[in-house]
Design a protein around this ligand. Structure first.
Ligand SMILES: [Zn+2]
Length: 244
């Protein structure tokens, strides 16, 4: 059965002289891998070869049995995000978000709200002139992704003893494995942890402040998230090196 959806391309791999295998994030059907037969031919039903961040209406056929590639039959791709390719910093932030999205979402598991957030994120990156704005939006997207996959960090109490966070805590630590804060009494018993200063934590507790936060603070907050994603994935994300 032919299925129609809205999609953004997360990855392309050339399959033959004329075809591609693409990973798409679709709005209603989640992440899918699909064969685009003939997409590299000069004339095809795909508006030219499919590129990363190609965005538009797609038609595809899902196989009855799991684990097989869908067949992509149509992809109308107006040049919505071509501007990203002209700005290296914006592109790196977009690629980092893409890598994490691909790593953490399961195939065929729809996250429509996250899809909308991802498109909005790319639009913001494309228009942003300032590196701080790009970093703030990357952090906002990363937090949203964690929330969507059920891993929203616990940032208002100690995960070990439930003591409410207090600005009186001399040192604050975040444990990735416990997905939350460790209070000064509990942190000594934990090996796996990452220090975060109280002012930076206050920003994370109220992410609406992120777009107005200076670059140095954003950088430190991003280091905490990179630490967290590295622990979750069991290895550093490939794009993390551009943000450390
Ligand atoms: Zn505690």
């Amino acid at each position: 059965m032919q299925t129609k959806d809205l999609a953004i391309c997360l990855r392309t791999v050339n399959f033959s002289e004329t075809s591609q295998v693409v990973t798409l994030l679709t709005r209603e059907h989640g992440k899918i891998a699909a064969m685009a037969k003939g997409s590299r031919r000069a004339k095809s039903s795909f508006d030219g070869p499919i590129e990363i961040f190609s965005f538009g209406q797609v038609m595809f056929t899902l196989k009855e049995t799991g684990g097989q590639l869908a067949i992509l039959t149509d992809f109308q791709q107006p040049p919505r995000f071509r501007g990203l390719h002209a700005n290296l910093r914006a592109m790196n932030a977009a690629l980092f978000a893409t890598e994490l999205t691909e790593a953490f979402l399961e195939d065929h598991d729809p996250h429509s709200a996250l899809f909308d957030k991802f498109i909005k994120f790319l639009e913001t990156l494309q228009e942003a002139k300032d590196e701080s704005v790009m970093l703030a939006w990357l952090i906002l997207y990363q937090l949203r992704l964690l929330e969507e996959i059920g891993l929203e960090p616990l940032l208002d109490t100690c995960v070990n003893c439930s003591a409410p966070f207090s600005s009186g805590w001399k040192k604050v630590y975040f444990s990735s494995h416990s997905n939350g804060l460790l209070c000064p009494s509990c942190e000594t018993a934990f090996v796996e942890k990452h220090a975060i200063s109280a002012p930076h934590l206050a920003i994370l507790q109220n992410p609406a402040k992120l777009p107005k936060t200076d670059r140095k603070k954003l950088h430190e907050i991003e280091q905490l998230l990179i630490y967290h994603f590295t622990e979750l994935l069991g290895k550093p994300p490939r794009m993390a090196k551009y943000f450390t």
